[in-house]
Design a protein. Structure first.
Length: 170
């Protein structure tokens, strides 16, 4: 796959290489919408939560409505992280669509979509990581992730909360 260059702000250039396929292994594995009003479950897939409610799995729909994907949770770099390497990978917790629809992700740095909406023949990225990305030294960046349905990209989650990180100097 060729390199993709994206201007994040005046004077700051990000270059994406191959997508990273792995995130830290001691982190939650997914986010799913619960059957009780949009609650979020972090961790390995488990059809029953501690309070006895049921987490929706692929193809399940207890609401009778076509629900949007849940909002992804960010993993790394942590919010407020400092002195990071200029080559940094962004990772988030993958989500499961409550209706079982396939999802992909849009990644934003400083409000600019890094994936530019298209990668090969599919919009967005598979996740759960993007990178390593090349960032400028001594700069602070903000990043977010949004999930969307592959078959209908307009059906999307809200953007994740914005986290910031700062790249170390030379």
């Amino acid at each position: 796959m060729g390199r993709m260059l994206v201007r994040a702000r005046a004077g700051a250039l990000l270059a994406t290489g191959a997508l990273a396929s792995a995130c830290p292994t001691d982190t939650p594995t997914m986010v799913t919408s619960g059957s009780t009003g949009g609650s979020t479950t972090l961790g390995a897939p488990d059809p029953t939560t501690a309070d006895g409610s049921t987490t929706l799995g692929p193809g399940d729909d207890s609401t009778g409505a076509d629900a949007l994907p849940p909002t992804p949770a960010l993993l790394s770099p942590a919010d407020g992280a400092v002195d990071l390497s200029p080559q940094t990978t962004l990772c988030w917790v993958p989500v499961l669509d409550p209706d079982g629809d396939a999802v992909r992700y849009r990644v934003f740095v400083d409000d600019i979509e890094l994936t530019q909406g298209v990668q090969g023949t599919m919009e967005g990225v598979d996740g759960p990581c993007l990178g390593p990305l090349q960032f400028d030294d001594e700069q602070t960046y903000q990043w977010q992730v949004q999930a969307f349905e592959v078959d209908d990209p307009a059906r999307q989650s809200a953007r994740s909360e914005a986290w910031s990180f700062t790249i170390a100097g030379d």
